[in-house]
Write a protein that binds this ligand. Structure first.
Ligand SMILES: [Zn+2]
Length: 344
């Protein structure tokens, strides 16, 4: 089968002809139809993820069951599915209490710990596939896996957003961000979207952001804070979500919190640190937290939100598997609005 293989860090993925995977009794083999690259793939290619090479990358996957092991009961050959890419144990207290992204025995992510979806076929545990209905396309299904589901996890569980809240999203035009902009409106929040260009910000406005900040012009310094304070009447935001994840963006998010505000870190950069004025923890009771991916329950909710038109999957372009490297380059340069999806 065709596969885009990473053999050396900081080198392009190479198109190779490799043996197709064979599944065990509790595994499925998925014929990949669509797979979306994201920042994690960029970091992995650069050697910033925990991965043993060679590895086939790609973790936002939709396709069709080609082979289901004898013990797999939730899907059959021919079913269309999306891949839930967190390799959890299903047996620890966090897996049992609905917080499976904190699994004590997490084995990693598809496309990192095991081979991923930039290939004709991918093998995953049977419990890691979720059927998708006929009215959701393969391209749209790739956005359920992380962008839509993670937005729900961040806003409902981590930020506990309330109607009327001002919500700052740094990285609002990216793959997760643009779905979070939409999700925030379902919670009745008022979005301030921050991203690197006017062009991206204008598109973000079309998806409902009330205000936007160009972070190339206001690079997380006092001018960034002023823009946030202007929109919020000087009070700051009730929730700040950092999808970019640099030391500078995190610090700016923290400074822009209102009393009792919550900062949720999602994105990360090598070596990022957060230095805080700890007085705000006591005097303003601000909350610092993070968002680690999403649960299967949230995946099901995401599917319904997309199916019923409440959330529009933002796939701005599609491309052939052979062009994954070029798209990873674009993601690295912050040039992709929403998601680009490889079609196989
Ligand atoms: Zn577990």
């Amino acid at each position: 089968m065709r596969a885009m293989v990473l053999r050396e860090f900081s080198s392009p993925l190479r198109m190779e002809d490799v043996p197709a995977p064979r599944g065990g009794p509790d595994e499925v083999v998925v014929k990949v139809r669509a797979c979306a690259p994201d920042m994690l793939d960029v970091k992995t290619r650069a050697g910033q993820s925990n991965v043993v090479l060679p590895r086939i990358l790609g973790h936002e996957i939709a396709g069709e069951i080609a082979e289901a092991g004898a013990s797999v009961k939730n899907v059959r050959t021919g079913d269309r599915v999306a891949v839930y890419d967190y390799l959890n144990c299903g047996a620890c207290e966090f897996c049992w209490n609905g917080r499976e992204t904190l699994c004590r025995n997490n084995k990693g992510i598809v496309g990192l710990a095991i081979d991923g979806g930039f290939a004709d076929y991918v093998k995953v545990p049977g419990r890691n596939v979720l059927p998708i209905p006929p009215d959701i396309s393969d391209e749209a299904a790739t956005t359920l896996v992380s962008p839509v589901s993670t937005s729900l996890h961040a806003l409902r569980e981590r930020a506990k957003v309330s109607p009327g809240d001002h919500l700052l999203i740094v990285g609002a035009a990216g793959g997760v961000g643009i779905h979070m902009v939409q999700m925030a409106q379902l919670f009745g929040a008022r979005v301030i979207g921050a991203d690197v260009s006017d062009e991206k910000n204008e598109k973000t406005k079309k998806y409902g952001a009330e205000a936007v900040i160009n972070t190339a012009e206001r690079p997380f310094d006092s001018s960034f804070d002023e823009a946030v304070m202007e929109v919020t009447g000087g009070g700051g935001v009730q929730v700040a979500i950092d999808l970019y994840g640099s030391s500078e963006s995190l610090a700016a998010c923290y400074r822009c919190l209102d009393t009792a505000g919550t900062l949720v870190r999602i994105g990360s950069r090598p070596g990022d640190r957060l230095e805080i004025d700890p007085d705000a923890l006591t005097m303003k009771e601000v909350v610092l937290t993070g968002c680690r991916y999403n649960t299967k329950e949230e995946f099901h909710k995401a599917l319904e939100l997309v199916r019923t038109g409440k959330i529009e999957p933002v796939v701005s372009f599609s491309f052939p598997l052979s062009e994954v490297n070029e798209v990873l380059d674009k993601i690295e340069r912050n040039e992709v609005f929403g998601r680009g999806v490889a079609i196989l």
